[in-house]
Write a protein that binds this ligand. Structure first.
Ligand code: HAM
Length: 425
């Protein structure tokens, strides 16, 4: 026997039984996004590497440690996208989309980061992202948060997630704060964990994110980011909070929330859950007013967020929420091989006349074997045809999940019966 080739570490297959939940959650989230009038943009998975180093920042983990890169045959260095915002901005600039409008866009698909795999953290994971361009007021920050809130409500997750928000101010405020932080931490460098020591030169504000207890202790008396934030940023943030209060959206201001990518300005936010262990952030985003210009476009404000689909699905499952993982609604069985053509015509008829998923049994076999397959498919009904049915142009309908007598029905009666059952379900 040949050796098996295992799936690449940190990557995974999403099998039937799980894929239905994935699909249901994804479609629900996209439906909410569409309700807000956002349009889909389909973006490539490969980009020139410098899009990410310029866009996300050289000192970020995503760029410095986690990028999947490759050299193509033209010797161009490309990277598998670690996120979607930079690509979306590039695409908006390419078409000059902000000249005439204020595009509000969404995308979904796989992202790649060479992280240490664990529950809820994968090297290929899926995001659904939204980005709004050209709007500078706090109303768009709030709209994004309303949209996320609607998603969790729709999926029945709202009691398990908390919204945390913060403002990190303008680029100038942050530079001032970074300097003050470095000045405070430098003489105390010995007490910092290894990652934070490195970040002291690459990305000091990320030290605030450290989970290390001695670093956290040190930070207790560090300068406060909020003391460096100018009045315009403060007013903007108060505006966002007011919108949320007015709509009754609960949130917690977390002054330590800084985010891991460099492009953010002013508002940042995350939805977190304590139900998934250490990978508890299911969705995150914020404003990034300087990014369009930094990537060669006009000076245009922007804001957005991305949900981690894998984690949303995991939470949905952890909370015991229902997801229909059946393969079909109706399973069509022919008693003998000579009834198969009739069964096929029946299956086609039902596909046309009902919204149901119709699986025809293939490969022959005894009726008992076929019935077991019908059961395993998760179908609610088996439709069986034999000599009598073919002779009388009828079918036998068997309810597989309910205590109901088997019935003999004509084609039209069958359609009425199935459609009525769907409507009342
Ligand atoms: P991010 O915080 O890096 O932001 O990722 C957003 C979400 O993707 C996270 O909250 C998490 O749910 C999920 N995620 C990230 N890495 C992994 C992983 N290795 N495995 C599973 N899930 C993961 C961004 O990517 C920004 N582009 C969001 C944004 C859009 N900001 C403005 N617009």
């Amino acid at each position: 026997m040949s050796e098996k080739t295992p799936v690449v570490r940190g990557l995974r297959d999403i099998y039937p039984g799980e894929s239905e939940r994935f699909d249901m959650v994804e479609r629900s989230m996209i439906e909410i996004i569409r309700k807000y009038g956002y349009q889909e943009i389909r973006l490539p998975m490969l980009e020139a590497i410098d899009l990410f180093s310029r866009g996300l920042g050289e000192g970020t983990d995503a760029v410095e440690k986690e990028m999947y890169t490759l050299e193509d045959r033209d010797h161009d260095i490309l990277a598998l996208r670690p996120e979607g915002t930079a690509s979306c901005v590039r695409a908006v600039i390419d078409r000059n989309m902000t000249r005439e409008g204020k595009p509000r866009l969404w995308y979904a698909g796989p992202m790649f980061r060479y992280e240490r795999p664990q529950k809820g953290r994968y090297r290929q994971f899926y995001q659904i992202g939204v980005e709004a361009f050209g709007l500078e007021g706090p109303d768009v920050d709030a709209e994004l948060i309303f949209m996320g809130t609607d998603m969790w409500k729709f999926l029945g997750l709202e009691s398990a997630v908390d919204l945390e928000i913060n403002t990190i101010g303008s680029g100038d405020s942050r530079r001032g704060y970074s300097e003050a932080l470095v000045e405070y931490l430098n003489p105390r460098k010995k007490e910092l964990d290894a990652d934070s020591k490195r970040r002291l030169t690459t990305n000091p504000m990320r030290i605030l994110d450290s989970k290390n207890s001695s670093t956290q202790k040190l930070l207790e008396s560090a300068p406060d980011l909020h003391d460096f934030i100018d009045s315009a940023s403060r007013t903007h943030f108060e505006g966002v909070c007011e919108y949320l209060d007015r709509e009754g959206v609960n949130f917690r201001v977390n002054p330590r929330l800084v985010r891991g990518l460099d492009y953010y300005t002013d508002t940042v936010f995350e939805w977190v859950t304590d139900k998934l262990g250490s990978q508890g952030t299911i969705c995150a985003g914020g404003r990034y007013d300087g990014l369009v210009e930094r990537l060669g476009g006009p000076s245009v404000p922007a804001a957005g967020f991305a949900a981690g689909l894998d984690r949303v699905v995991l939470l949905h499952e952890t909370l015991g929420m229902n997801a229909d993982d059946s393969a079909a609604d109706v399973y069509v069985i022919a008693m003998e091989s000579q009834h198969e053509a009739y069964a096929r015509r029946l299956a086609q008829f039902l596909r046309r006349e009902t919204p149901l998923r119709i699986r025809q049994h293939l490969g022959g076999g005894k009726v008992g074997v076929q019935m077991r397959q019908a059961d395993r498919s998760g179908a609610r009904w088996a439709v069986i045809v034999g000599d009598d049915e073919v002779a009388e142009n009828r079918v036998a309908l068997k309810w597989l999940r309910e205590e109901t007598e088997q019935e003999s029905l004509g084609f039209e009666q069958l359609v009425t019966c199935l459609n009525r059952a769907v409507e009342s379900h």
